[in-house]
Design a protein around this ligand. Structure first.
Ligand SMILES: [Zn+2]
Ligand SMILES: [Zn+2]
Length: 648
């Protein structure tokens, strides 16, 4: 009988240690510094508290703040710290759940007497006090009944509900105590509160217990925590910047759109200025698509339910669709444009000579999203997809895919978005999950990879991420804050051509099943404009700016001259405004700056006498005094629509 266990370190060296040593003992046996930095250990791929006993052989790794997984532990532990502080300040509080999330953590609690944001400061300073005391996380393992007794004694009804759900399986249940707060939790956590010094509480929101509207509303406090003060500060300034760029706030300030109130949540009402942005984007899109060999079509917003039954949407997507009745027939608003384009394709017998056939439409679709999921322009219930479908033969796949990827990058580069490409393939261990013949997948998947390889584009292959109907290429766009968003997508479809019998007559005179590709380059036009607003902080490129130029006479004496300039600018095709209100010039300049108008012409007596204008560029200030024609030309040049992609 041995009281030792053998542990193997990441460098493959191994050592016998006393059975029942802790992770901290192991760290300390390596170095004092490591023992101080250590926050947990990993044994055979699983994370444990530093104080957990090592009772078996295995591969061990000491986890420190520098390791990726520790950030989640820090955040999750900070949620316990938050709860401990809340319990000290509000002893009647009841606790729901407190997970780490992307970029932070939250805790859902019932806090009698809590008055919202203004009470956060008290909680924050109580958390700091607990950090100073460097309190340890103490783990205990209880039987199911002991755990139930414990939380019943504390009258923690949410915890009891959670326990009732996991039932008594005979396994022990771990609880963690931090100061006066004991929580039901699997762990692991950081050893003590000193590891949580770089935290911040961010906001308060209401949240239904377990996300269900039938349950009571709890208070959710959001926070975040990092390894270092420095990381925390840089994250907070990122949040500050994101807030400044929030498209919902800028959408109101710049009078671009409205999306709540009596118009119905999740439906976007484009105001005149927003419509200018949208229309200019869409016009470029249409011209670029014609140039790229697409035929534009226009299909209805409503179609008979039968169509959605054939397409499969009725079976798989019904919960997200809106239905209506017409002359006793059931109809549905379209959640996608594909069936409309299929009707276009099936309108006549197609010959191989017509392929590849590229059909596109700015098609508005309607999808039911829960009100809690709605978010400005990013998540809405009605939006326009820049949808396109390509019908082609196997031989045409590689060049069609490359064209779509190039075309997508044309749009992203137009707006200086960064990007990353993902190639999503099927999971070969689960062929049942996918529509279409395995041979088709085996033929097409390598072609997608080849298309990207030949273009010299970096991409990541993700196995198992394909749609059930086909492999796809997703391009994520990266905005000015380094955030990634859903972007262009190219998806193969082995499902729909069979459902709709999509064929063409080949050179051999026989019928063949056509290959079908769905693609969207902007995705949702609404979301894309939301991205543009945040990416540019509302400072649209000149060709999209709702107002490109504003003319400001310094006094009313220059009103006639200003009007002449205004007419000249409008004749030159500029979207121009004349602001000759009787406000001070400073006030009117500030107005134009807040409105993010790219150019201002400021004219006083001197300018009128010399037939010149003083130009101001938004965010830059004065850029000089020019003759009228030169000045107009500067603005026209800066507001010219970008060149279309090459014709094919
Ligand atoms: Zn925990
Ligand atoms: Zn489609």
């Amino acid at each position: 009988m041995s009281d030792n266990v053998r542990i193997i370190f990441p460098d493959h060296s191994s050592r016998e240690i006393d059975k029942g040593s802790t992770g901290r003992d192991v760290a300390a046996s390596i170095s004092k510094g490591l023992a101080k930095k250590a926050i947990a250990y990993e044994l055979d791929g699983e994370l444990y508290d530093l104080t957990s006993l090592i009772l078996r052989d295995g591969s061990i790794r000491i986890v420190t703040a520098e390791d990726d997984e520790s950030i989640q532990m820090i955040r999750h532990s900070a949620a316990h710290l938050l709860a401990a502080a809340v319990l000290e300040l509000y002893p009647d509080s009841k606790f729901g759940i407190g997970p780490a999330i992307e970029n932070g953590f939250y805790y859902d609690m019932e806090i009698p007497g809590f008055k919202g944001d203004k009470d956060l400061e008290a909680i924050r300073s109580r958390m700091k006090r607990l950090i100073k005391k460097n309190i340890r996380f103490e783990r205990r393992e209880l039987s199911y009944l002991e755990a139930l007794e414990l939380f019943t004694a504390q009258d923690e009804r949410f915890k009891i509900e959670l326990l009732n759900e996991i039932k008594d399986t005979g396994e022990t249940i771990s609880v963690y105590t931090l100061g006066g707060f004991t929580d039901l939790c699997r762990g692991p956590h950081v050893p003590s509160t000193k590891f949580l010094a770089s935290f911040e509480l961010l906001s308060v929101a209401g949240a239904y217990w377990r996300g269900s509207e039938e349950n009571e509303m709890l208070t959710r406090i959001y926070g975040t925590a990092f390894h270092s003060r420095e990381d925390l500060e840089s994250h907070l300034s990122f949040l500050e910047e994101a807030k400044k760029r929030d498209h919902r706030k800028l959408g109101v300030e710049l009078e671009l759109f409205s999306s709540k109130g009596m118009g119905g949540a999740g439906f976007v009402y484009w105001l005149p200025k927003g419509t200018i942005v949208k229309e200019n984007l869409e016009n470029l899109w249409k011209d670029a698509h014609r140039q790229a060999g697409y035929q534009l079509v226009s299909t209805p917003h409503i179609a008979p339910v039968e169509l959605w039954k054939i397409s499969g949407h009725y079976d798989y997507y019904r919960d997200n669709m809106y239905f209506t009745e017409v002359e006793n027939g059931e109809y549905a608003l379209k959640p996608m444009n594909c069936p409309g384009h299929i009707i276009v394709y099936r309108n006549s017998k197609r010959s191989y000579k017509e392929l590849p056939m590229r059909i596109a439409e700015l098609g508005t679709v309607y999808r039911y999203e829960r009100s809690g999921a709605l978010h400005g322009l990013m998540r809405v219930r009605g939006f326009t997809v820049d949808d396109g479908h390509i019908f082609c033969t196997a031989d045409q796949i590689v060049s069609e895919i490359q064209d779509v990827v190039r075309f997508a990058l044309y749009f992203l580069k137009l707006f200086d978005f960064g990007y990353k490409i993902e190639l999503s393939l099927m999971d070969p261990s689960d062929p049942e999950h996918y529509a279409g013949e395995p041979e088709d997948w085996a033929k097409v998947e390598p072609l997608l990879a080849q298309a990207l390889d030949d273009m010299d584009e970096d991409y990541k292959t993700v196995i198992g991420e394909a749609a059930f109907y086909g492999p796809k290429i997703d391009i994520k766009l990266r905005d000015a804050l380094g955030r990634y968003w859903q972007g262009p997508t190219v998806q193969f479809d082995f499902n729909i051509p069979g459902r709709f019998d999509l064929e063409y007559i080949g050179a051999d005179g026989a019928s063949h099943r056509v290959y079908m590709v769905h693609r969207a380059l902007l995705g949702s036009v609404e979301r894309f404009i939301g991205n543009l607003i945040e990416h540019y902080t509302g400072n649209f490129p000149g060709w999209l700016a709702p107002v490109q130029l504003i003319i400001l006479p310094i006094t009313s004496v220059q009103n006639d001259f200003a009007e002449r300039l205004y007419n000249k600018a409008v004749d030159a095709g500029l979207r121009c405004e004349l602001d000759n209100r009787s406000e001070t010039i400073g006030y009117r300049i500030r107005g134009a700056e807040t409105g993010k108008v790219p150019y201002m012409f400021i004219v006083g007596q001197r300018e009128e006498e010399s037939e010149t204008v003083a130009i101001r560029r938004h965010g830059e200030g004065d850029i000089g005094t020019l003759s009228i024609d030169e000045a107009v030309k500067v603005v026209v040049d800066a507001c010219t629509r970008p060149a279309l992609p090459e014709r094919r």
